[in-house]
Design a protein around this ligand. Structure first.
Ligand SMILES: Nc1ncnc2c1ncn2[C@@H]1O[C@H](COP(=O)(O)OP(=O)(O)O)[C@@H](O)[C@H]1O
Ligand SMILES: [Mg+2]
Length: 354
């Protein structure tokens, strides 16, 4: 089921703070059968967007379509959605089976069929053996699977997940996110997955929608957005360790950091912000970017060099290089910059300079 958001806007009226535009003219099309990661920092409007898709919040302006159907004024229970929250929201006094079957009670599904469908969903999410347990007898990851099974048992048209992994420890988070990806593939259900964790969104999503201050920043396949950020916000938000930033300038079509020429760009002479991914450096004798190494961290096959930022006092930058090159703190080295890992942004707006 394709989901289309048209100029979707939500303005909250807080008594003390006045008006907050939580979501601002959001235009996105979520393709049928895909898993979309709705990504951005805390407070950027992700949950508000999700709850408008769910029907729990009424948009101030704009429209929501499921396929050709305008669902903007349809109540949540008639939209055919499954919703999963961060805190699982299971009924503690009910067994796993009763929790999963609960949505079917309102639909007056016969008992025998409900039991069968609950078992089917429990098997799908890998908790088929735990039907008689109570939620508190389960791990966080298992509880979240119960919540997913409960969301899927009505055979919804759309699955909506709001930071479903945030309450899990690191190991369970990884395992459960792979599980969600598998369940989504097997069911083919159109899924919107909200997270503030860029790595989580990048690893799980067919496409990501990156938001900031209620405004869509960029949409695309995770690797494409990482490789071709439209602006400084996007470049900074994606990637660990994060992109390195330098105050640079353009002179006669050359990208300059101080007096080092690190690349070419045909544009007017001006001051710019230069972004270089940590993996965008290589060691070479021919380069003009000369630096002294502060610290060296070697983990497995990678060595990370930590180096004083020549343009920003008190800041450092990171260069990931081959571990075979045995570099020590205090070494003077020359760095070359790979053109595909180098981005130039307008100093005032942060827009990419092409
Ligand atoms: N019910 C509400 N009343 C007033 N302001 C709200 C309400 N819900 C969210 N907001 C505000 O809207 C903005 C977006 O919130 P939210 O959608 O929860 O962000 P996110 O899920 O990305 O962290 C924030 O500034 C938040 O304070
Ligand atoms: Mg939220």
């Amino acid at each position: 089921m394709e989901i289309k958001l048209e100029m979707l806007t939500k303005v909250f009226d807080n008594k003390e703070k006045g008006l907050t535009t939580a979501v601002d003219k959001l235009d996105i099309t979520i393709p049928s059968g895909k898993l979309i990661g709705l990504l951005g920092p805390s407070g950027c409007g992700k949950s508000t967007t999700l709850y408008m898709i769910a029907g729990l919040l009424k948009p101030t302006e704009g429209k929501i379509y499921f396929g050709d159907e305008n669902v903007t004024d349809i109540p949540p229970e008639d939209r055919g959605i499954g919703l999963v929250f961060q805190n699982y929201a299971l009924y503690p006094h009910m067994t796993v089976a009763q929790n999963i079957m609960f949505p079917l009670e309102n639909l007056k599904v016969p008992k025998a069929e409900a039991i069968e469908r609950a078992q089917e969903m429990a098997d799908l999410v890998g908790i088929g053996e735990l039907m008689d347990r109570k939620p508190k007898q389960l791990s966080g990851g298992q509880q979240q699977r119960v919540a997913i099974a409960r969301a899927l048992v009505k055979k919804p048209r759309v699955l909506l997940l709001d930071e479903p992994l945030s309450n899990l420890d690191a190991r369970l988070r990884l395992a459960t996110r792979e599980e969600i990806k598998r369940i989504q593939r097997e069911t083919g259900i159109t899924t919107v997955f909200v997270t503030h964790d860029q790595e989580e969104a990048m690893s799980i999503s067919d496409e990501i929608v990156l938001m900031e201050l209620g405004i869509k920043q960029q949409v695309g396949e995770p690797q494409d957005v990482y490789d071709k950020p439209d602006n400084l916000f996007v470049a900074k938000f994606l990637g660990t360790p994060p992109i390195n930033l330098f105050d640079g300038h353009i002179k006669d079509g050359k990208i300059m950091i101080g007096d080092a020429n690190i690349g070419q760009l045909k544009t007017d002479d001006k001051e710019v912000i230069v972004g270089i991914r940590p993996e965008g450096f290589s060691l070479t004798e021919r380069s003009s970017l000369k630096v002294e190494v502060d610290l060296v961290e070697t983990i497995g096959r990678d060595t990370t060099l930590i180096i004083e930022n020549p343009t920003r006092k008190g800041e450092t930058f990171r260069a990931i290089v081959d571990a075979e090159k045995r570099i020590k703190p205090g070494d003077k080295i020359k760095l070359n910059v790979k053109p595909t890992k180098l981005f130039v942004f307008e100093k005032d707006t942060g827009e990419l300079v092409n």
